[in-house]
Structures are given as C-alpha cells and as structure tokens.
Design a protein around this ligand. Structure first.
Ligand SMILES: [Cu+2]
Length: 134
C-alpha cells in the first residue's frame, strides 16, 4: 500500500472515530431508558461460533485487515492463520473471541452500530478497529 493511500485511510478512520464520539459521547440527560443502568459497551457484542459473513485472519502478529467493517448482526469470523495463540478482545471490554490456536476460528456479532477498537490480549500490541454500521 502506498504512503498516500495509508494516510488517506488513517484520515478517514479518524473522521469516523471523531463523528462517532461526538454523536455518542454525551449521554442525554433525560434519557428514555426505562430500566436505568444498561452498560453501553458491555452489551455491544457477543461471541459466536457461526459461519462468518466477514472474515478476518489473525497473523503473527497482526489482524488482516486491521480496519474491519461489518453490519449489525453479521458474524465477524476471526481465524488464527499464524502459529501463536491469538484472540480479539474489545478494548472497552464486554466481549472477546476465544483464544484461538493455529487454524481455529471464532466470531463476534455486534448488536449496536459504532466503532470498536480491539486488541489481542495475548499480544496487546496487536490492534485493530471494527466499524459496525446499521
Ligand atoms: Cu495475539
């Protein structure tokens, strides 16, 4: 990938992140949530072993692609194509794939649109972002 394309991709990601934070950053005062305390990030996704609509391969030591796009309800299937154990864990917590051995797969499904940074808890330097659209 050329430097210019990389820069453009980064700028686009930043814009998306900025847009998301300004949209969801301020909890509305008179919020219409009738049960009160719903943890926002925690319920955003769940693990799923179903066949994936979006495929991500986990290499030693990066996610390919690192910028993942999916829709609400789509299974994002992570496959460990490296030789080390890896997983995908949301930075904000709430959900994660199983820790995968070489050749294994596990998925995540999101219930809420948004931008979700994640990492591998075995190798915290491995990072990526899942952008979920409605
Ligand atoms: Cu890893």
């Amino acid at each position: 990938m050329s430097i210019k394309k990389l820069m453009a991709a980064c700028a686009a990601t930043l814009l998306i992140v900025a847009a998301c934070s300004s949209a969801s950053g301020t909890p509305s005062a008179g919020g219409a949530s009738p049960g009160g305390s719903t943890p926002p990030a925690a319920a955003a996704c769940r693990e799923s072993a179903d066949a994936g609509a979006v495929a991500v391969s986990i290499k030693d030591f990066s996610f390919e692609p690192g910028a993942i796009t999916a829709k609400v309800g789509q299974v994002i299937a992570f496959t460990d194509t490296g030789s080390a154990p890896h997983n995908a864990t949301l930075d904000a917590g709430g959900c994660a794939t199983r820790t995968l051995q070489s050749g294994q797969s596990d998925g995540l499904v999101f219930a809420t649109a948004g931008s979700y940074p994640f990492h591998c808890s075995v190798h915290p330097q491995m990072k990526g972002t899942i952008t979920v659209g409605a």
